[in-house]
Each structure stands twice: as structure tokens, then as C-alpha cells.
Ligand binder design. Structure first.
Ligand SMILES: NC(=O)c1ccc[n+]([C@@H]2O[C@H](COP(=O)([O-])OP(=O)(O)OC[C@H]3O[C@@H](n4cnc5c(N)ncnc54)[C@H](O)[C@@H]3O)[C@@H](O)[C@H]2O)c1
Ligand SMILES: [Fe+2]
Length: 378
């Protein structure tokens, strides 16, 4: 069994106040903060900037991250980082900002473009140390050796993995997520739920990933509705942040399965937000996979509902109910994906071999067509 390292975690209200001490421990006086305009607008960046400046840190700001960041964007950020003199990089935001920061920081220690290093474990040298501050409870990027980047030429997304992008520190501060609007809380929370359900039912699950996944399923399913409807509930927000962090560890060590594989063409071709794409595929994939893992899907249902003896069908019902409660769409036609896209998407998904190898049941080209057809029509 391989267990990936995890960042040192500071969890709790106002834990971001500990950022300067973390930077001191890394010997970093000048830091690059990588974020996006949404984070600037809601005042989260200015809060972090004040903490850094009050502690006498020099700050270099990069604030032009876009959702589903592209390889070109991270190359440009890396170039800025190389010339900035920064000694550490902070990823502040959702998965888009954290993934961009992680890759840019790693490229500083290496030559060339991210395109030269795609895949897992192919980056020759470490770069700058990374601090991750999630402002969504979703991707778990703050916990993982992975970043997901858009490949604009091929209209898909590619994974990049190296131990050098595991953050040194992660700050899970619920004061940064209490203002997250419900329409972002819902899909990002479902992304986190997919990570732990998929990790728990992966062909590569192990005792370590199981322990993380089980706790994450409990935390997320017990708190997502409150986080959605009463955004200011600090305890629900904190539990969502911890749940998505543990879900990140779970999937880093077990892999995600066909849910994420089928979500990628929806993101790449139609820019469906990552968490929404996953939530649209989750019930359909559970139905497809159930025969291979009945007991585990039953256990997921028990964890989600608290009902002993719940089975895989209850798992699907509970997830459908949850998606309805947080107002996520039920099928692909509801978000205007044309029926004619089913065929090209079912071809494209077969390239997601990195994820499909983790699926507990083999997926054929014909299966892929049927799965998308059901997801479109159900
Ligand atoms: N590295 C990994 O292991 C991993 C895992 C899953 C997904 N991802 C990737 O992460 C990206 C998605 O990340 P995401 O779902 O967190 O969304 P995101 O980072 O794209 O953010 C979505 C929007 O929410 C806004 N936002 C974020 N936090 C906010 C807050 N507290 N208040 C108000 N607005 C806020 C942002 O400004 C942005 O406009 C995708 O590119 C996906 O592929 C990476
Ligand atoms: Fe994800």
C-alpha cells in the first residue's frame, strides 16, 4: 500500500491568522498569492493580505485565475513566479485557484511548460513550498498531489500529479466559506461527496482510504443541507471543510472512478461546473456499478441515512433526494446538453483511462453510450 503525505492542517475559525507563522517556518518573507476575481470581490483576499502585511510579509498578487484553469494560464503564472523572488506560494480560493497555485509553484523549480510534465510523478525537481487555503468545501485540492488542468486544444481536462505539489500547510477556516452562495455550496459539496463515495467504491480502495472516506461521507452528508440553506452556520461550514479535506485524502489514495471520468467531457465540451457534472453522473454510475459492490453502496446508504440495513437502491434514492434538496439538476437535458453530444462524449470518456481503471466494473464503449443516454433522459 502507498500512503501519500498530508499537509500540516490548521482547522478552525480564524485559523488563517496562523499563516505568517507557517511562512516563518518555511523561511519565506516574500509570498505569491494566487487567486481569482470572485475571491477579491467578496473581500477574502483583503483579509488574507492584511494578515500577511501586518506580519511584515511582502506579497505578490496574481488574481486572474479562471474556472477550470488552462495549461496556458498556469504557465503564465509560473513565469511570473520565476521572476517575482517569491519564496512560497499561497493558493487562495476554490480548486481552480489552488490547482493553479500548486502547478505554478512546482514549475518554478523546473524548466519548460506544464505540457512537458503531464502525468503522475514525471516532474524532475521540487519548486516552491505551497500553502493552500480553500474557500469552497469541494475539491480537496488542499490535501492532494494532484491538479486538474484544461486542455483547450482537445476540449478535455488532464491530471498532473507529483508529491512536490502536496501543500506544506492547509488552512481550513470556516469564516472564509460562510459567504459562499448556495449555488456554489451545492455543486462543490457534491464534488466532495463524489470523492469519498468513489474512493470507497474504487477497485483500489484500501484500509487507509476507507477510514478517510467513511468519516468524510458522514461529515458531508450530515452537513451539506445546513451549509446550503443556512450559509452562516459556522459548525456546518467547518465540518464541510474537514469532510472535503478527508475526502481529498481518500481519493488521493484510492482514486476516483467512472463518476469523475464521465464528468470530464461535460466540463471539457460544455463547461458544466465540475461538481454539477459529477452530481449528474453519480446516481447513474452507482446503478451501473452496484452489481460489483452491493455491500459497499449499502454501507454508503447507511452512513448517509443512519438507517441500518440500507441497500444500494437506498443509496441512489438518498443521493437523488439530496440533489433535489440542494436544487441541482436531475439530468443532462435540463442543462441543455444536446442529445447529439451523447455519442462524442461516450467516445471521449474512454480516454479517461487513469480513472476508469479504478472503476469496480469495466466500462465498454457501448456501456458509455448507455450511461450518458440514461444521464440525459432520466
Ligand atoms: N486537485 C484536485 O484534486 C481536484 C479535485 C477536484 C476538482 N478539481 C478542480 O477544481 C476546479 C473546481 O474548483 P471549485 O469547484 O472549488 O470551484 P472554483 O475554484 O472554480 O470556484 C468557483 C467560483 O466560486 C467562487 N468562490 C470560491 N470561493 C468563494 C467564496 N468563499 N465566496 C464566494 N465565491 C467564492 C470563485 O471565485 C469562482 O467564481 C476544477 O478545475 C476541477 O477540475 C481539482
Ligand atoms: Fe472532483
Amino acid at each position: 500500500m502507498n500512503i501519500w503525505p498530508v499537509p500540516q492542517v490548521k482547522l478552525g475559525e480564524n485559523s488563517i491568522k496562523e499563516i505568517p507563522a507557517a511562512l516563518d517556518s518555511l523561511g519565506a518573507d516574500k509570498v505569491m498569492v494566487v487567486t481569482d476575481q470572485g475571491i477579491i470581490k467578496v473581500g477574502i483576499y483583503s483579509k488574507v493580505e492584511k494578515i500577511l502585511k501586518d506580519a511584515g510579509k511582502d506579497v505578490v498578487l496574481v488574481d486572474d485565475v479562471k474556472p477550470d484553469p488552462s495549461m496556458q494560464l498556469v504557465d503564465a503564472i509560473a513565469e511570473k513566479a520565476r521572476h517575482s523572488g517569491a519564496q512560497a506560494v499561497i493558493g487562495l480560493g476554490g480548486g481552480s485557484s489552488m490547482d493553479s497555485a500548486k502547478v505554478a509553484a512546482a514549475l518554478v523549480g523546473n524548466e519548460g511548460s506544464i505540457k512537458d510534465h503531464l502525468g503522475v510523478g514525471l516532474l524532475p525537481k521540487p519548486g516552491l513550498p505551497i500553502l493552500a487555503i480553500p474557500t469552497t468545501a469541494g475539491t480537496g485540492s488542499e490535501a492532494t498531489y494532484l491538479s486538474i488542468l484544461s486542455d483547450l486544444e482537445n476540449e478535455t481536462k488532464k491530471g498532473f500529479g507529483t508529491p512536490y505539489i502536496i501543500p506544506k500547510f492547509a488552512f481550513l477556516d470556516p469564516t472564509l466559506t460562510t459567504g459562499l452562495p448556495p449555488q456554489i455550496t451545492a455543486p462543490t459539496g457534491m464534488d466532495a461527496l463524489c470523492h469519498c463515495v468513489e474512493a470507497y467504491t474504487s477497485a483500489n480502495a484500501n484500509d487507509y482510504s476507507d477510514a478517510m472516506a467513511v468519516k468524510a461521507i458522514e461529515l458531508i452528508s450530515q452537513n451539506i443541507r445546513t451549509a446550503y440553506s443556512i450559509g452562516t452556520d459556522m459548525k456546518a461550514r467547518e465540518n464541510m471543510l474537514l469532510g472535503s479535506f478527508l475526502a481529498g485524502i481518500a481519493f488521493a489514495n484510492a482514486g476516483v472512478t467512472a463518476v469523475h471520468a464521465f464528468a470530464y467531457p461535460l466540463g471539457g465540451m460544455f463547461h458544466v461546473p465540475h461538481g454539477m457534472a459529477n452530481s449528474l453522473m453519480l446516481p447513474v454510475i452507482i446503478k451501473f456499478n452496484a452489481s460489483a459492490m452491493k455491500d459497499r453502496f449499502g454501507h454508503v446508504a447507511e452512513l448517509m441515512t443512519g438507517k441500518e440495513g440500507a441497500d444500494w437502491q437506498d443509496c441512489i434514492n438518498e443521493i437523488e433526494q439530496l440533489c433535489a434538496d440542494v436544487k441541482l439538476p436531475r439530468n443532462l437535458k435540463a442543462i441543455d446538453i444536446p442529445e447529439s453530444a451523447i455519442k462524442p462524449m461516450s467516445v471521449s470518456v474512454m480516454d479517461q483511462t487513469r480513472l476508469l481503471v479504478n472503476n469496480p466494473r469495466e466500462v465498454t464503449q457501448e456501456d458509455a453510450f448507455e450511461i450518458y443516454t440514461e444521464a440525459w433522459n432520466r
